[in-house]
Design a protein around this ligand. Structure first.
Ligand code: NDP
Length: 294
């Protein structure tokens, strides 16, 4: 029997509804949550992501401000903009869209953001808090979205073997950190795979929960998946497709049609992890606004 769909779009909608309720309560107390998204340069994909975040924010009542800066913006100017946003009480979340132009030191940019407004969880203070299991900081949107999706779909994680393919700072590493924590919706035995892994299939076949985040279309095939596994596909890859209007199609890292035949639960692409990432960004922004009232 083909796997059931782990419907990120539906779960994200549920979270957005909850966020909208929290926004209403904040507004009643005189605080409108504010999210500032900084975009440097004209990267087309980044512009699409920023627009999607702005639209989603407005829909739940978060005031969204897009700060568009030219590609030749100096590091000094960008840091000055961040310092100003840190000081602005109407701004509760600051997000800098990556990638940045090559002449800008991304690490310095991340360090400049006030950890209390770092709703993307890129700042080392928030990353460190996540690693030690201190829930006082923010959690990174994509891995937290995956964890929340598993929770809301009723997937039992404790004692399960979770295999993560990918070790980036924004997905693979924090995903591993979240799933290995003691406590609810985690407590997994975690294996992290990467391009240095000798026999990827041997590792992934041991997964009760398999999370793919590589950016390699179709990397995870049916032979690499244990029967009954829960499969989460973080990948977003645009592949050529003559039948589509723009000649491209969005696919994940998992060979969806084949793997669906063997998995018990699987996320689609699109409509899986992507919407969850945005929903968690909104939730982090509202949480920051709530924190400002404490
Ligand atoms: P990175 O390119 O930063 O990292 C990819 C990781 O995959 C690396 O650790 C790399 O290993 C590993 N990898 C690549 N090829 C292989 C292979 N053949 N075998 C084993 N491991 C491999 O990507 P990100 O983590 O930023 O993103 C991953 C994917 O997730 C992308 O498609 C991205 O678009 C998508 N994404 C989706 C989001 C969403 O909201 N749905 C949010 C963020 C990302 P090594 O370290 O050795 O190079």
């Amino acid at each position: 029997m083909p796997a059931e769909l782990l419907d990120g779009k539906r779960i994200a909608q549920e979270i957005r509804g909850e966020v909208a309720e929290r926004v209403k309560k904040l507004v009643a107390r005189g605080v409108t949550p504010g999210l500032s998204v900084i975009l440097v340069g004209d990267d087309a994909a980044s512009a699409v992501y920023v627009a999607a975040k702005g639209k989603a924010s407005e829909e739940v009542g978060i005031k969204s401000e897009k700060v568009r800066l030219p590609a030749d913006t100096t590091q000094e100017d960008l840091l000055a903009r961040i310092v100003a946003l840190n000081a602005d009480e109407s701004v509760h979340g600051i997000l800098v869209q990556f990638p940045l132009p090559k002449h800008i030191d991304a690490e310095q940019v991340i360090l400049a953001i006030d950890p209390k407004k770092d709703v993307d969880c890129f700042h080392p203070v928030n990353v460190g808090k996540m690693l030690i299991g201190d829930r006082d900081g923010f959690l990174p949107c994509t891995p937290a979205g995956v964890q929340e999706m598993l929770k809301r779909a009723g997937v039992k994680t404790s004692g399960k073997h979770c295999v993560i393919v990918g070790r980036s700072n924004i997905v693979g590493k924090p995903m591993a950190a979240l799933m290995m924590q003691p406590g609810e919706n985690a407590n997994c035995t975690v294996t992290v795979c990467h391009s240095g892994t000798k026999d990827l299939g041997a590792e992934t076949r041991r997964a009760d929960i398999l999370i793919a985040a590589t950016g390699k279309a179709g990397l995870i095939t049916r032979e690499m998946v244990k029967a009954g596994a829960v499969v989460v596909d973080v990948g977003m890859n645009r592949i050529p497709d003559a039948s589509s209007k723009n000649g491209k199609r969005l696919v994940g890292d998992v060979d969806f049609d084949d793997v669906r035949e063997i998995a018990s639960l699987i996320t689609p692409v699109p409509g899986g992890v992507g919407p969850m990432t945005i929903a968690m960004l909104l939730a982090n922004t509202v949480r920051s606004a709530e924190n400002s009232l404490r």
